[in-house]
Design a protein around this ligand. Structure first.
Ligand code: IP8
Length: 275
């Protein structure tokens, strides 16, 4: 896929998955080499983008322990404290990332989703998208992350990195998103071979939105996190494609892939194209 940035107001949204950046089996564990390489590639590419990262072992174990995504429940001991601890844990993780950019003298700014988005039962709203746009105007890299979200009805939930992306697709006005890139620890979406006798799986390198309806997903035995798994990712892609924005799923463990994606170079990955 070759998508040229058309004008200086075109941007990429890049999501670094939590299971790529952390060891999901060990709470609060960072995959240092992977994160450092991702940061280095983003700096070297030096493109205008918004970076979003997931929770991994900093967000999901706590969110699960206190059933944060189910909302306020007085029967769960210390749930409100757990809510704030979940946020703080994500904040610490995010600080680690921000520091890596600043150490390399690259201006990155942490923007907390829990401070700029609010829920009203099912709908999420924001009055603060201009903060992100103004940061972009100043050539600052805005970094958002999966977080807790408060609900005006006196409750709360989790806002995942993917939900943040939908909100950005919906609300950014001054900047056009030319591509959303999900950086994961697999090459993309694997499907079963058309010939069932083959019993083999293959990487879907090029898909259209319509293909996602009846996709024959290969079972890679991937763990489900509190906000989704691969089927959740497909639902996210469908949502993003509604805004006519192409999506790319790439492997963050492959050397140079993040850089190449940001430079629109060819890589072995899944591209979801707009019809
Ligand atoms: O990893 C979840 O974000 P995600 C964030 O993008 C928390 O789903 C706090 C669990």
């Amino acid at each position: 896929m070759r998508i040229k940035l058309k004008n200086r107001n075109d941007i990429f949204l890049l999501k670094l998955g939590g299971s790529l950046l952390t060891d999901k089996n060990k709470p609060f564990s960072i995959r240092e080499d992977v994160i450092k390489s991702a940061v280095q590639q983003i700096i070297e590419a030096n493109e205008r983008l918004i970076l979003i990262h997931g929770g991994g072992s900093f967000g999901h174990p706590l969110a699960e322990k206190f059933s944060i995504s189910k909302g306020f429940d007085t029967s769960i001991p210390n749930q409100i404290l757990g809510l704030t601890e979940t946020h703080q844990s994500m904040n610490n993780f995010n600080s680690y990332l921000i520091d890596l950019f600043l150490e390399k003298k690259y201006p990155a700014l942490s923007i907390q989703a829990s401070s700029i988005f609010i829920k009203d039962s099912f709908t999420i709203s924001t009055q603060s998208i201009d903060i992100i746009e103004t940061a972009l105007d100043l050539n600052i890299l805005p970094i958002l992350y999966g977080d807790i979200i408060l609900d005006k009805k006196g409750s709360f939930s989790i806002i995942s990195g993917d939900q943040i992306i939908f909100e950005l697709c919906e609300n950014l006005k001054k900047y056009q998103i030319s591509k959303v890139v999900f950086v994961m620890e697999t090459d993309g979406i694997f499907i079963n071979d058309e010939d069932p006798k083959q019993k083999s799986i293959k990487l879907a390198t090029k898909l259209y939105l319509g293909d996602l309806e009846n996709i024959d997903l290969a079972d890679l035995g991937q763990k489900i996190d509190v906000t989704g798994g691969i089927q959740g990712k497909i639902n996210s892609i469908k949502e993003i494609c509604k805004y006519n924005i192409p999506v790319q799923l790439i492997n963050g463990l492959k050397e140079g892939y993040i850089f190449k994606s940001l430079k629109n170079e060819m890589i072995n990955c899944t591209n979801i194209l707009i019809n």
